[in-house]
Design a binder for this molecule. Sequence first.
Ligand code: FES
Ligand SMILES: [Fe+2]
Length: 393
Amino acid sequence: MSKAQLVAMARKDLEYGRNGMQDQADSIHKVPIENYYDQARWEGEKEKIFRRMPLMLATTAELKEVGDYKAMEAAGVQVIITRTRGGGIKAFVNMCSHRGARLVDEGCGTAHRFSCPYHAWTYNPDGDLVAIYSADEFGDINKQDYGLTELPSLEKAGLIWVTLDPKSTLDISLFLSGYDSLLAQFGFDNWHYAKNQRVEGPNWKVAYDGYLDYYHLPILHRETFGTEIGNKANYYSWGPHTHMGRPDASYEEFENLPDEEWPTSRLVAGVWTIFPHISIASFAGGGRSVMISQLFPGATPETSYTNQIFLMEKAPDTDALKKDAKQQFEFLKYVVQEEDYATGIALQKNLNAGVRDHVLFGKNEGGGQRFHQWVDALLETSDEDLPKLFETG
Ligand code: FES
Ligand SMILES: [Fe+2]
């Protein structure tokens, strides 16, 4: 079914490519400038979006084996994700139940026990408190009441979602709106984790707007990506999540093939955004790879940071491939840092100056329009009404 959906999108991209058309939203959309710097709104976004929506925090490739873990900070919450003895994953607040120390330093690793660096209380990857240091002198507590604080999580399509609110009842599958079955076509469960690198940027929405935008490609990136790719996008949405294809007459060569014979690796090219903060884009240097950009609000409304997680279909196994892959990652950091985010940081200063009241998203920028509409809707939706919002999409 999902392959058929990929082919249906490619057929539309083909038709648009032949006719010189592209996706058009109904109208031009205005976004108030203060949405990009207002402190109260920004706090609301952190609370109602980053602390309430499932976030794609990790990839299966980063913690494949039993005992592997990933520790990271996400929107101010320190999180640890573990691969448990049963082979599944669990997510916890990275916080010792004794007096709150951070259990594990940030990064990926392997551990069958987590011993707190402060007073050595020890937990297993299932989050159970298994040992208390000098237990007799400490006094009696019921260990079962002092396991780690678990967070809702779901592993699908080789990607791992975590909701930062331990009390959240929002069904992560409902939030995904079927999009995970499309993402599954990549086959990320079997891919290789290559690298993670960080880039500092402007307000998270200024930065994210760029990932939903092909309009700027041949202009801002003319020296790096070049102009071949064009400036036109076709947007395909599942709930708040949007895939970007583009008008592409070169699909003609597959036109008369049955769906199953269209090459999947070609069909999943383009950009896959996962609301509210992920973009997945395909590259070829050193072998087939994706850059997964994971954005988080920074310390102030004007700042954000992005983890660039690189997965490769196969681990590069020759020096030449390794060198090509390394160059590809460095190149992409350069493009994002020196072109996208340098532009965004200077743009942010203009927004903060408050001399105009709105910015524009054209009819050719429907993906950005839809993203801002979802942000607005979530800020106004109560916890009780969230399921309804995703059911109606
Ligand atoms: S804070 Fe972890 S053992 Fe004391
Ligand atoms: Fe860009």
